[in-house]
Design a protein around this ligand. Sequence first.
Ligand code: CP3
Length: 356
Amino acid sequence: MARLPPAQAEQPTKPLLCTLAGLPSERPPMWLMRQAGRYLPEYRATRAQAGSFLDLCYNPALAAEVTLQPIRRFGFDAAILFADILLVPQALGQGLAFKENEGPVLDAIRAVGELARLDPKGIHKRLEPVYEAVSRIKGELPPDCTLIGFAGAPWTVATYMLEGRGSSDHAAAKTWAFGNPRGLDTLMDILVQATTDYLDRQIVAGAEVVQLFDTWAGVLPEAEFRRYCIEPVRRIIAVLKQKHPQVPVIAFPRGAGALYEGYAAATGADAIGLDYTVPLAWARDHLWNKTPVQGNLDPRLLVVGGQAMAEAVQRLLRSFPGRNHIFNLGHGIVPETPVRHVEELVRLVKGTETAV
Ligand code: CP3
């Protein structure tokens, strides 16, 4: 058999990697944020077996198992590592617990002096089971399925570290941003280093793509968005690109609104995740023509299902035809989602050709 010239030999074959490389496709590759989770009975069973959510995150065999459950059931084009964005603060030395029906609770950082206790060099000792989960998943992945590693973006992780819990107004983090920007810069430096090292190790263990979740990017005014959302993400991607130029980075600055424009160029992200409020026609003209986009079906439509979901899916597929689109939700799946609606969604996306 004739050998392929090097350029062709290096072309990706997995659907998600092809789309991230800008290649055309018959249908968009698909996966769903939070695809491993409480809406799946097999997830609930494995989580009960693990004991608690954090025990599940730190158990490589069980974390690999829940990562693969939605792949077996739905045949998604990507598996996302099962872990949580708050493992990084815990690895830095901050107390973390997940309380039933309450979400995460951390020992809130109240003063700049407390930042000295965070140790970015020591994180791998605690995070080793996550890297082991990555390599186990990689070994069991179907051949066309891509493994996505992830971390929280520094700003979003900082909101939890400073507030001590989820918050509706992000008062603590915004008070640092406006009142103590040098202090917040110090925390950003720590998180940039820890997050870069964490993602580097996930890639070394087998992650083929990484995603940065900036869930709370949408709560900052423009100047602070540039300083605390764009700049730290840019620094992380710059180092990852030096070490692993072939590994695509997806960034999800949820709620960025008009600041989505220029975000990919400013951060160096290869693709951008769109939240469900981003207008499709605007995204098509301002983002999709330059950069692959991921999203953005409202997760609540997946709960409702039926005609409402089917129409929204068709609108989405028609808006981004033929290339540069990764089918996904505009935020994570919610626990009350019926499994049969996810099955229907997969049929709608896989059964529809969107050739240009
Ligand atoms: O997408 C996946 O399937 C991979 C796993 C994943 C989880 N969390 C598992 C999880 C990912 C990528 C995350 C990211 C994450 N975690 C984000 C960013 C994305 C987003 O949803 O905005 C944030 C902000 C967190 C922090 C977090 N983790 C919160 C606020 C909560 C509580 C809310 C909730 O849904 O319970 C979690 C818990 C969590 N992380 C669960 C799962 C499956 C539920 C825990 C359980 O089993 O009880």
